[in-house]
Design a protein. Sequence first.
Length: 255
Amino acid sequence: MTKSHLPARTLIVDDEPLARRRLRTLLAENRDIEIVGEAANGTAAVAAIVEKRPDLLLLDIQMPGKDGFQVLQEIAGQHQPVVVFITAHDEHAIRAFDVEALDYVLKPVIEDRLRAAVQRAVTRLREQHRGDLSAAMTRLLEQVRPSATTSRIPVRRDGRVTFVPAAEVEWVEAERDLVKLHTARGSHVLRMTMAEIDARLAPGRFARVHRSALVNVDCIQEIQPLFKGGYVLVLRSGARIRSGRLYRSVVKGLI
C-alpha cells in the first residue's frame, strides 16, 4: 500500500470521556482512519501529538488548561496534522477557520457530518502526499496566531457551518448578545458581540456608525444630514441607518 493510501493516523482530543467514546464508535468501521490515541486535555494533547505525530487531529476547543487554539500554537514548528475541530460552541467558528482548520463539526456530533469532515481530511492528506507536503504545512503553521480580519464569515445553519463572503454583507446590527448580518440574499444571526465582529471585518470596508450598527461603505448610496449633526445613511438596498453622536466623525470621514 502506498503512503498516500495508508489510513490516516488519528488522535482524538476531548476532555469528555463520552465524547471521545462516541467519536471512536462512529469511526470504528472507517478503513481510512486508524485511531492512534486519545488525550483528555491540552497538555496531554501536545505530548501525544509530538510523540505519535498523527496525520489527523479531531480537536475539542474548550478544555481545562490549554484550549484547542493553544494546543495548535504550542505544536507549531514541531508537527502539524490536518485539524478538524469538534465542539459544542459555534462562536469559535471564525477563529477556527482563521487558523485554517479543515472543518468545524458541532456537538452533538451527527454521523453523516463527521463522516463528511473525515473524508475531506483524508482527501486533503492524500493531496498533500502527492504534492509538496512541506509547503502545505508551512502555510498552515503561519496561520496559527491570533486572528485578524477575515474575508468570509462562518455561519451556523441547519447543523452545518456555511460561509458568507464579507463583501456581501451590507450592514451589521446588534441584537442583545447577538449580531445580525444583512445581505442582499437575506440575514444571518451570529452569537457574537458587535466588538468581535467589528474586529473581524476590514476597517477600510466597514465603518462603525452607531454602537449597534456597522455599514459596508461600498453599499452606501446616500448620506443625509440630520438636525444637531446626525446623519442617516441610505444603502443601495433601501435600508436606512441612523448614525450615533459618538460616531459623527466617522460618518464625516465618509463624505
